[in-house]
Write a protein that binds this ligand. Sequence first.
Ligand code: AMP
Ligand code: ZN
Length: 122
Amino acid sequence: MSHDTSSCLFCKIAAGDIPSTKVYEDDEFVAFRDIRPAAETHVLVIPRKHIDTLSNCTEDDSALLGRMLVLVARLADKLGVAYTGGETGFRTVINTGPGGGQEVYHLHAHILAGPRPWQRMG
Ligand code: AMP
Ligand code: ZN
């Protein structure tokens, strides 16, 4: 598990030092397309602040986590996958630790949507 922000892939993506297909950014968050999409729509939402896992979040991160989840909903809207009735909707996943399948140790929420089957996280 990496705790070193200078070698963190997602810190570098947030800073623009590694290219990504960004779909949104503001002062606090960045959202970009997953490089290995598991579904037709697969976007990752990250805070610019380096937090390695959800397990290491503290009370101080409560507001950030709340804003991140609201942003997920707004982005789902923007991406055209929000729940608007019928068969619509999306999945939000935060993998945490090896047991949760986490590969990149910078907190991120997956937004997944589209026709089944999905390649992973199905
Ligand atoms: P997790 O398993 O929850 O840690 O998810 C990490 C995700 O990051 C995986 O779905 C990867 O496909 C994705 N990923 C890894 N490197 C990049 C990258 N350079 N740009 C975009 N997504 C990436
Ligand atoms: Zn980081």
